[in-house]
Ligand binder design. Structure first.
Ligand code: 5AD
Ligand code: SF4
Length: 474
């Protein structure tokens, strides 16, 4: 699971026009799965008469969709609730009501404790019960403090309403689609198996229907999501259990769907069929987020990662043999309990060998209830900070070398949204880098052929290649 959502921490991506409707402001923290969930919550609330607003001052309901992966993420929620309390008091002074809900992983992990610590909250709702949001809100409006964090017996995906075509279109030409939730891996640093529960895979038919609905509303690129997406194994229409490689093949048959991606993968679950999909499917973009976390075998073992550094490097070789231009990205944790200087050097060596195109790196943060937090050989903060600085300098160097290596290449670019300057549009390269090009807003949703001319700090710049429209190859 990648923590920096591709779609920014923000309100859900479409705004209200009908002034009479009740309005909800959704603030999303954390990973792409939360971005997807915020949209699903907005869909559930739409059937209850709510429209999304991007202005909290304007809202009748504030929903925080929270993340629990590291300490800071949860603390951010409590400080936001402090600010919301002032807003709610100001509203109450005007005789107006403001409902406040906390959803997501902090809701699941802390439940009732949130209401104890922040009485401003009316409703706490966990990720498995979003389809019950209208009913839970009705109870909260009646004065009850609602905590709805059980794992629902029914499948929420069967009960969540389908968004209208205009709503999908307003969200853009790229979309997330959750295919798998939960995790059975129990890495010893990670809270996900406790907050999101055990692995559940959605069946093929449900996923294909959702993808077709997105495409018919103008979506051109879909990113399949799962906490451990390559462990997905859903029931196929033929009664067999399918794997992710087979699902990607089926989705790439959808006319009008031009690009596919998926995230986040565990190295242990990269099977041959999935690697072959990277070799065979033009629509599957050459980018893979494959977290390794650390480069020392003893740390990997203590993390319960179930692979060695050698296993990971061999896997990378097999993936690159199947798709030589694939860009790899990863997650790293420095300062896991017991990590020595030599262990940390092994992480740097692994990074040198793989040369990631992009990466996310974090200081270890003990999460209550996980085995790592119980250990008495925690690494001091200042050591973690120094290690993180060194690792990030190396990762940044590789990332910018990769960006420089793109200069002069011709690529197909899916135009996604307006850039910061008038006349500019932003798209993503096949390797997920933002690319800025001069183009007309009417071209959003088109794939055009461009040449990369320059690499900036956070984006590539490109020129259109006149007279050529994009094809589905790179
Ligand atoms: N401390 C620091 N980083 C963590 N991650 C998960 N749990 C922790 C933790 N306790 C990181 C991992 C994971 C990413 C989503 O967040 O690198 O892949
Ligand atoms: Fe957490 Fe490990 Fe599962 Fe990823 S694979 S969600 S890091 S327990």
């Amino acid at each position: 699971m990648q923590i920096d959502a591709q779609k920014d921490e923000s309100s859900a991506a479409y705004a209200d026009t009908a002034s009479k409707a009740r309005k909800v402001f959704v603030k999303t923290y954390g990973c792409q799965m939360n971005v997807y969930d915020s949209e699903r919550m907005a869909d559930a609330l739409a059937s209850d008469g709510y429209r999304v607003t991007d202005n909290p001052e304007d809202a009748d309901l504030l929903l925080l969709n929270t993340c629990h992966i590291r300490e800071k993420a949860a603390e951010k929620v409590y400080s936001e609730l402090g600010r919301i309390r002032q807003l709610k008091e100001a509203r109450a002074a005007n005789g107006e009501d403001l409902m406040v809900g906390v959803a997501g992983c902090v809701a699941q992990a802390e439940g009732q404790e949130i209401i104890r610590r922040a009485p401003v909250v009316d409703l706490v709702i966990g990720p498995q019960t979003y389809h019950r949001l209208p009913e839970a809100l009705a109870r909260a409006r009646g004065g009850e403090k609602v905590v709805e964090t059980d794992y629902a017996i029914e499948d929420k995906f069967e009960h969540l309403p389908r968004p209208e075509k205009e709503v999908i279109a307003a969200r853009g030409v790229t979309a997330f689609l959750t295919v798998q939730e939960g995790c059975d891996k129990f890495c010893t640093f990670c809270v996900v198996p406790y907050t999101r529960g055990s692995e559940v895979s959605r069946p093929v038919g449900q996923i294909v229907r959702e993808a077709e609905n997105l495409v018919s509303a103008g979506v051109r690129e879909i990113t399949l999501l799962g906490q451990n997406v390559n462990a997905w194994h859903g029931a196929g229409p033929d009664g067999r259990e399918w794997g992710l490689g087979e699902l990607l093949r089926r989705l790439s048959d959808i006319d009008g769907l031009e690009r596919l991606r998926y995230t986040t993968s565990h190295p242990r679950d990269m099977d041959d069929a999935l690697i072959a999909a990277h070799r065979d499917l033009e629509k599957l973009m050459p980018y893979l987020h494959l977290p390794v976390q650390a480069g020392s075998d003893s740390v990997l073992k203590a993390m319960n990662r179930r692979h060695t550094a050698q296993d990971y490097l061999r896997l990378v070789d097999r993936i690159r043999a199947a798709r030589p231009d694939i860009a790899l990205s990863g997650d790293f944790i420095v300062g896991f309990p017991g990590e020595s200087d030599a262990d940390f050097e092994a992480t740097l060596q692994l990074v040198e060998k793989v040369r990631y195109a992009q990466a996310f790196s974090f200081k270890y943060s003990p999460r209550p209830g996980t085995p790592g937090a119980e250990r008495d050989d925690q690494v001091p903060e200042d050591v973690k900070s120094k290690r993180l600085d060194r690792l990030q300098a190396l990762l940044r160097k590789h990332q910018s070398e990769f960006a420089d290596s793109c200069i002069g290449t011709e690529i197909d670019l899916l135009l996604e949204k307006p850039g910061r300057l008038a006349g500019q549009l932003i798209g993503r390269s096949p390797w997920l880098q933002p690319v800025i090009v001069d183009a007309n807003p009417s071209q959003i949703g088109e794939i055009i052929r461009v040449r990369i001319t320059r690499a900036g700090a956070n984006a590539l710049f490109a020129d259109k290649i006149q007279g050529e429209s994009g094809s589905s190859t790179i």
